[in-house]
Design a binder for this molecule. Structure first.
Ligand SMILES: *Cc1c(COP(=O)(O)O)cnc(C)c1O
Length: 395
């Protein structure tokens, strides 16, 4: 497809691969070449491709009812909200279709809670350098990376950017208009950078001191990937709001904004909504996904296999001077390299393993949560072979 004239807007630099079929950890392209998938559609297909249990529930629901307006009660939505709140520190859910929309809902409810419930004139949200929160105008503004903002001026107001993992001076970003602090527990697109526990404690302390809402973007880190159902659990904290999407529907588009009970009165009929938010089919896939992840303790499995992957990578890449650091948590792993990794990623793809970058110099691994040790061994072998060739040519 790459060489031909395309009728699509050129919003992606696409790999020269056309995937036509997937099953479990495996994908096939249009030439019949098989790949081991260590990117999972960017942390989406966390139960593998075409997972049977989810497919059965989806087909069942497809036979019953696809879509009904949110002007009616939707039992699947109630059930999914009950499941997500029972397994988190949050009490209420709003459903949408994408991550950016989930963050939009979080931004809107943070403002409205301050302005309508607390009756105070606050709207500013502090976010962090290298963060990623989405592509809508508000969420790209929330994103702490200039490249996503180029050419889109004017941007909405009300976002302030602080350095990530820097405690000193963080308090100085808080003003009399600040209403919330929003962050990722692991900056995924930003290079797989994990929040330091001491930094997170300081964020929580400041939220308490200044009565700010704590919003955690769990769109990439959620649903078991880091070794807990939600990454905030690693820190023993209770955010006021979390946002979900990516793996929530195992590949079916669904997003969610979960919040504490006190936020419920910030929204009323008509203050927010979405035609496709939480349709019967979207919520059927998400219910089956959450039940599978929780029921089969896949978060714990992700922690175990993550440790195995980390140990194998550390061993295989030891002494490779192109590799600077291996980092991450559970099954989100970044290999920080001494230079750009685009060529190495293309080489890894040619060798039948699909991985993705996170920034220019990090190779990101996002296998599904059911990945086997044999698959990890094969992936590590491919990566170390390609990076060994690079280390030899670098000196
Ligand atoms: C992918 C992602 C988003 C945006 O989600 P979309 O579904 O692409 O809108 C927001 N935040 C984080 C952390 C993400 O990884």
């Amino acid at each position: 497809m790459g060489e031909q004239q395309s009728a699509l807007f050129p919003t992606y630099a696409r790999y020269p691969i056309t995937i036509v079929k997937g099953e479990g950890s495996r994908l096939w392209d249009d030439n019949g070449k098989e790949y081991l998938d260590f990117m999972s559609g960017l942390a989406v297909t966390s139960l593998g491709h075409a997972p049977k249990a989810i497919k059965e529930k989806l087909i069942e629901q497809l036979d019953q009812l696809w879509h009904v307006s949110n002007l009616f009660h939707i039992p699947n939505q109630e059930k999914l909200a009950a499941l997500l709140t029972a397994n988190s520190c949050l009490d209420r859910a709003f459903f949408c279709s994408t991550g950016a929309e989930a963050n939009e809902a979080a931004i809107k409810i943070a403002r409205r809670y301050n302005q309508k419930v607390l009756g105070r004139d606050r709207h500013e949200i502090i976010t962090f350098h290298q963060s990623f929160h989405g592509r809508t105008l508000a969420t790209l503004t929330a994103t702490g990376q200039d490249k996503v903002k180029e050419g889109f001026l004017p941007l909405p107001q009300g976002f302030v950017y602080a350095p990530y993992n820097v405690i000193e001076g963080l308090e100085s970003y808080i003003g009399d208009k600040t209403c919330a602090i929003m962050l990722e527990m692991i900056q995924a697109e930003g290079g797989v950078i994990t929040a330091d526990p001491a930094f997170v404690q300081e964020v929580v302390r400041l939220c308490q001191k200044y009565d700010l809402l704590l919003i955690v973007d769990e769109i990439q880190t959620g649903m078991g990937r880091t070794g807990k159902l939600f990454a905030y659990e690693h820190y023993g904290i209770e955010p006021d709001i979390i946002t979900l999407a990516k793996a929530l529907g195992s590949g079916f588009p669904i997003g969610a904004m979960l919040g504490k009970e006190k936020l419920a009165e910030a929204f009323s009929a008509g203050s927010h909504g979405s035609t496709f938010g939480g349709t019967p089919i979207a919520t059927a896939t998400a219910i089956a996904t959450v039940e599978t992840i929780v029921g089969e303790k896949l978060s714990e499995r992700a922690a175990e296999k993550g440790e195995y992957l980390f140990a194998k990578l550390t061993e295989a890449l030891k002494g490779n001077d192109f590799v600077k650091e291996i980092r991450g948590k559970g099954l989100i792993v970044g290999i920080l390299c001494a230079g750009p990794v685009a060529e190495q990623i293309a080489d890894i793809h040619r060798n039948g393993l699909l991985v993705v970058s996170a920034g220019p110099d990090v190779i990101r691994l996002l296998p599904n949560l059911l990945v086997s040790e044999d698959e990890i061994d094969r992936a590590v072998e491919t990566i170390s072979r390609v990076l060994a060739a690079k280390a030899q040519t670098a000196v």
